[in-house]
Design a protein around this ligand. Structure first.
Ligand SMILES: Nc1ncnc2c1ncn2[C@@H]1O[C@H](COP(=O)(O)OP(=O)(O)OP(=O)(O)O)[C@@H](O)[C@H]1O
Ligand SMILES: [Mg+2]
Length: 254
């Protein structure tokens, strides 16, 4: 059900909130160690789709989901899925940076500590390497014990990415991670995302078509809860197969 270069395989996924059908018959393979951008107009179901991938959608009491999502040889939609473990393997970064109101160090050490890491040297090592991976070490190494809330917005977002990376997820979901950031901070987060592909597969929801074109390898176009087109980013932006995709990426609607 899952080939080597596909980290998550979504088959015939349907999602409804009460009587409202949000996603219809989505089939999609998420490529390993690549950035997949999800684009589409407001309300097309982008956030709903990525929230299925770590079962965050369970938090909406009226949600009903059907289909299959294969990850690490299991269907994560099955009742046997360990959702806590799933959310460590499939991390998530939100629109607004949401560091814990604790020190920079404690933000990163939080996940590893929960998983039983106690030795100070081991925690120090995890914190340093997560911050290095997030291109934040140079900026914060001499203030690890100060509050994460004193960082700039862009630094906070990179810290949140580092916090996910500290538990070594296989997939990282990002829902408009730059929309609350200024252009300079956006550029630093985009650089970071590009570099992270070595370690993790990324699914990025973005409203910003230029951003999708700049940093994603594959792009998925959603419209009214349906997958219109999925392909290599360059192709989708220059030679879309579906007229609706072409209209959207050339700014004719949305
Ligand atoms: N908790 C909820 N309960 C009921 N309906 C919801 C809920 N969350 C989202 N919806 C509806 O589902 C549809 C898809 O929403 P979703 O947030 O997935 O879209 P989106 O593509 O992420 O939009 P945006 O670009 O504005 O973030 C919308 O019509 C929205 O109003
Ligand atoms: Mg959204």
């Amino acid at each position: 059900m899952q080939t080597n270069d596909v980290v998550m395989q979504i088959n015939q996924l349907n999602l409804a909130y009460g009587a409202f059908e949000v996603l219809r018959d989505i089939t999609l393979g998420i490529k390993s160690h690549r950035v997949t951008a999800i684009i589409g107009p407001s309300g097309s179901g982008k956030s709903s789709l990525i929230r299925c991938l770590n079962r965050m959608v369970d938090l909406v009491p009226s949600s009903r989901i059907s289909g299959e999502i294969y990850f690490e040889n299991n269907d994560i939609l099955s009742s046997q899925c360990d959702v806590v473990q799933l959310r460590q393997r499939v991390g998530m970064v939100f629109q607004k940076p949401n560091p814990f109101p604790r020190s920079i160090y404690d933000n990163i050490a939080y996940g590893p500590r929960l998983r039983g890491v106690r030795r100070p040297e081991e925690l120090d090592h995890i914190v340093e390497s997560a911050l290095r991976d997030a291109a934040l070490w140079q900026e914060v190494h001499d203030r690890l014990n100060t509050s994460a809330l004193d960082l700039s917005g862009g630094q906070q977002q990179r810290l949140c990415i580092a916090r996910c990376q500290a538990v070594k997820p296989r997939v990282l979901l990002m829902d408009e991670p730059c929309s609350a950031l200024d252009p300079a901070s956006t550029a630093s987060v985009e650089d970071l995302i590009t570099g992270l592909r070595e370690n993790v597969s990324i699914v990025l929801v973005t409203h910003n078509l230029q951003q999708a074109a700049r940093i994603s390898d594959y792009t998925v176009f959603l419209l009214d809860g349906q997958l219109v087109e999925h392909g290599p980013t360059q192709e989708l932006f220059t030679r879309a197969e579906d007229q609706r995709t072409d209209d959207y990426v050339t700014g004719r609607f949305g």
